[in-house]
Design a protein around this ligand. Sequence first.
Ligand SMILES: [Zn+2]
Length: 337
Amino acid sequence: MRVTAGIDLGGTAVNYTFITADGRWLIDGLCEHPARAQEGPDICLQQIDDGLAIAAARAGIALDDIVVVGLDTPGPASATGLLSARGSTNFVHARWASFDIRDALERKLGKPVTYLNDGNAGALWGHFAIFASAQATSVSAIVGTGLGGGVIVDGAVVKGRKGFGGELGHVLIPYQSIPHIAGLKPDCNCGRTGDLESLCSLTAIRRTLLPFFLSRYPGHELAAVDSAQAAKRVRGMAERGDAMCRDIFRVQARALGLFFDEMVNTFDPDALIVGGGAIETGEEFQRWFVDEIRAGMPVQREEQADIPIHIMPNGDTAGSRGAAIEALGFARKSGLL
Ligand SMILES: [Zn+2]
């Protein structure tokens, strides 16, 4: 059997998957191994190597069956896997600064390694789940702690000149047109005010939306809760119908609607895709959220009004699956499969 591997390196865990040449997944859910990224590159790369052998055994394949490995990590990193010189939340050990993780893993494993950042890998998985190998165009927004995602044009990930293609969270949106938020000032960590992440992320809930709406709902039970804990409870309470928490999610959906409208006019895509922890909920809430996104979109021209909005399936395996698909594309192009 000939397969490609997908390796999703997060701050605390590595997740593995495998896909066959004919597009079959050999692992259904999560297949995790501790990352130990905070202990630096040598230990972390050994962990990735050890975990790959365990995952291969679980999938019933030999290591020699793996022809290409796809790696994805959180950014910031270049399009070829050179981590930021300034480090990042997930790569705090000093030796990670300017570390070429793709090249190092390739030498460690003795196999070709492809690289994507985690947002782009998730977007590629979402695209593949809907279109298989079709040459379609899609835009994915993944709502988590921040706002990640990516743009897939004709089946290929838009990586950009420096690896910042698909940094959708920092695209400015005309948020002032969202109803009932007069006086709201959504600041983002990147220095912008009113970009997508500043309104649509767990961080946006904690920093901006929760304080704003708590002042409008005096006596709300979340007022007495620590802000980080309170922010995490908003999704569950919104799903159960709490009015304030629904208002918070409505603002996030309307922000996505404005953003998707910009993407419709930029790419005329075949589909828009929403993923991430924010909508890992029951189907009823997901449908409500998508309806609110549509309600937030300005009127589309007749030809584009029927653009589908999908929920990304298998969210927690999106990174590893996207990485495996990138590796599969490379393997086919270079004649390894
Ligand atoms: Zn930003």
